[in-house]
Design a protein around this ligand. Structure first.
Ligand SMILES: NC(=O)c1ccc[n+]([C@@H]2O[C@H](COP(=O)([O-])OP(=O)(O)OC[C@H]3O[C@@H](n4cnc5c(N)ncnc54)[C@H](O)[C@@H]3O)[C@@H](O)[C@H]2O)c1
Ligand SMILES: N[C@H](C(=O)O)[C@H](O)COP(=O)(O)O
Length: 352
């Protein structure tokens, strides 16, 4: 089996569940066609009880992948205690992400998968971005990109792709942030990403309303009349197939999901509740509208269970699988899907 081009997998917060779920993901995927090179601390990877091979370049990953975790070694400055993030390591966590992005921009990897980071310790160390999404957007801002530039955060599980119009905004600020321009830009990014990264020739988008019953013709709020419906009409006028704002509670049942390829949700939990309800363990966070493919597990660092050997790798496995599929779609390769492949412990067909 010809291995796919490697992905870069950043280790994330070393005191979180990242190192152990990377080890579990490698055990599940090592016989499969999608190699990855870990960007992180080789000694910490080795401490997870898996064979590790330090490699000089991502091109060496495929050769080693079936027998050892390939690591582009970038050692941490301070020791790691599971569950207790160390400020001295925050710089290395950000550096790993930057290294992986640069490898993707240079074409040395097909995309990147990022193990969870903990925001608060990074903020305390001076990290000035809300999270990976905005950081990677900044790192790729100067790179050429033939399309409407994001970033747009998408959470996906099984057949649901939920794309966020606002991300980590306090709920009280959402109505003011949901402008016609932000809705139009998000929809354009999603429309193009469905074609570029998912091979969907004629994307069908749904738009969630903000207010109960989509505002009840204005009786329960005016955002649908004044902002959302006009934005949807303008988008349809430029060839983006998108619904008028729909009552959010009617958008996520089985039959509704069959009616669209992606749904625009106006705030964080409007997207993440249905995604994590549909498949808490197999959801994936993907960043759309950037020059690089990037996915991440839908969960965080799990400090309360880190190092206990109970963290599940389902979401990371799904993130690696999806990144490989998006990279192949983006590269215009055959629409071969990893989902059709089964290997020891890997995701079953349709698991995400
Ligand atoms: N992909 C990412 O980088 C990412 C995603 C979400 C949250 N975060 C960050 O992670 C930190 C902690 O976030 P949180 O506490 O809100 O959420 P969390 O996902 O870390 O933990 C929530 C609950 O889920 C459990 N859990 C998490 N991952 C698990 C796994 N793989 N297997 C089994 N159980 C698991 C935890 O034990 C905890 O009980 C925050 O700083 C947050 O911003 C990062
Ligand atoms: N997507 C996660 C969530 O919102 O629950 C998390 O915050 C990760 O965000 P980044 O991928 O931007 O780090």
């Amino acid at each position: 089996m010809t291995p796919a081009p490697p992905l870069a997998l950043t280790m994330g917060e070393p005191a979180g569940v990242g190192p152990e779920i990377i080890a579990a993901a490698w055990r599940a995927l090592k016989e499969g066609p999608q190699p990855f090179a870990v960007v992180g601390d080789a000694a910490l990877m080795r401490a997870q009880g898996v064979p590790v091979e330090s490699i000089a370049a991502p091109a060496d990953a495929a050769r080693a992948f079936a027998r050892a975790v390939p690591v582009l070694d970038s050692p941490l400055p301070a020791p790691v205690t599971p569950g207790r993030p160390e400020a001295a390591n925050a710089g290395a966590v950000a550096d790993w992400i930057e290294q992986a992005v640069n490898l993707a921009l240079a074409g040395e990897v097909a995309g990147l998968v990022t193990a969870p980071i903990a925001k608060a310790p990074l903020y305390a160390a001076g990290f000035r971005f809300p999270g990976h999404t905005e950081f990677i957007a900044e790192l790729t801002a100067e790179a050429p990109f033939a399309g409407v530039r994001g970033p747009v955060m998408m959470l996906t599980a099984k057949d649901l792709r939920a794309c966020l119009v606002t991300i980590h905004a306090p709920l009280a600020e959402v109505p003011e942030l949901v402008t016609g321009e932000r809705v139009r830009r998000t929809a354009r990014v999603v429309h193009e990403a469905m074609k570029r990264d998912f091979g969907i020739a004629r994307p069908r988008l749904a738009l969630a309303a903000l207010n109960p019953h989509a505002g009840e013709s204005g009786a329960l709020g005016l955002e649908e009349i004044g902002v959302l419906a006009p934005a949807a009409a303008a988008l349809r006028g430029e060839g983006v197939e998108i619904t008028d704002p729909q009552p959010a509670d009617t958008l996520f049942h089985d039959a509704a999901r069959a009616g669209y390829d992606a749904v625009l949700c106006l705030y964080h939990d409007q997207a993440l509740i249905p995604v994590k309800t549909l498949d808490f363990w197999g959801g994936v966070n993907a960043t759309l509208g950037l020059p690089v493919v990037r996915t991440s597990p839908d969960h965080g660092t799990g400090f309360d269970i880190a190092g206990q050997g109970v963290a599940r790798a389902d979401s990371l496995i799904a993130a690696v699988t999806l990144a490989g599929e998006m990279a192949r779609a983006r590269a215009g390769q055959d629409s071969f899907s990893l989902r059709g492949r089964r290997w020891a412990g890997g995701p079953d067909e349709g698991a995400v």
